[in-house]
Ligand binder design. Sequence first.
Ligand SMILES: Cc1cc2nc3c(=O)[nH]c(=O)nc-3n(C[C@H](O)[C@H](O)[C@H](O)COP(=O)(O)O)c2cc1C
Length: 190
Amino acid sequence: MKSLLWLVGLVALAQQPPTRILVAYHSESGNTEKLAQAVRAGAASVAGTEVTLRKTSEVKTDDILRSDGIMVGTPVHWSNVSAETKRFLDQVGNTLWKAKSNGDGKTAAAFCTGGGVSMGKEAARVSILSAFLTMRFTVIGGVDAEGYGTLGAEATTGPADPGISEKEIEEARRFGERFARLTRRLRSSP
Ligand SMILES: Cc1cc2nc3c(=O)[nH]c(=O)nc-3n(C[C@H](O)[C@H](O)[C@H](O)COP(=O)(O)O)c2cc1C
């Protein structure tokens, strides 16, 4: 009986449509792009997930409408998101509005890179998350190496800590995995 239930559960999972995740990022000098690639790899590691990685400037209306979850990556510009990221958030809102839809039942998340340790990375991610909350998305954060929850993956890239470290890449991968796993769970619940 137990193994029959297990089998039924497995069949039901296999019949579930794929969970579609859009990872959209803006990047001028490649740092946020690197983090986005790690986030994408983490999300793609979850069975039954289809991930689309796109520059925000190349995201099409259909990419937004068909996605079950949207992850947005931005460089920090003057302690906030870049102007291009803000434009993209407006695009998401306008696209859903025109389709007479909203973020109910969909998930969203934020990640960023910034030159300084404490020069706006939190504000940038909160800015993205609050835009998504206003559109009625369910927002999902990350978990750091110590087990604390975070606002999403981040990396410091300035002279004091240049580039993206392996630790930051690993955290971004785990963030992508967690996002895809929880999005799939949300989409499969009645
Ligand atoms: C116009 C501009 C403003 C910036 N403002 C900040 C800032 O306020 N705080 C910060 O930590 N880094 C700031 N930076 C640094 C970038 O956030 C950082 O280099 C980032 O990793 C760039 O990402 P990218 O390579 O994906 O473009 C700024 C960079 C530019 C070009």
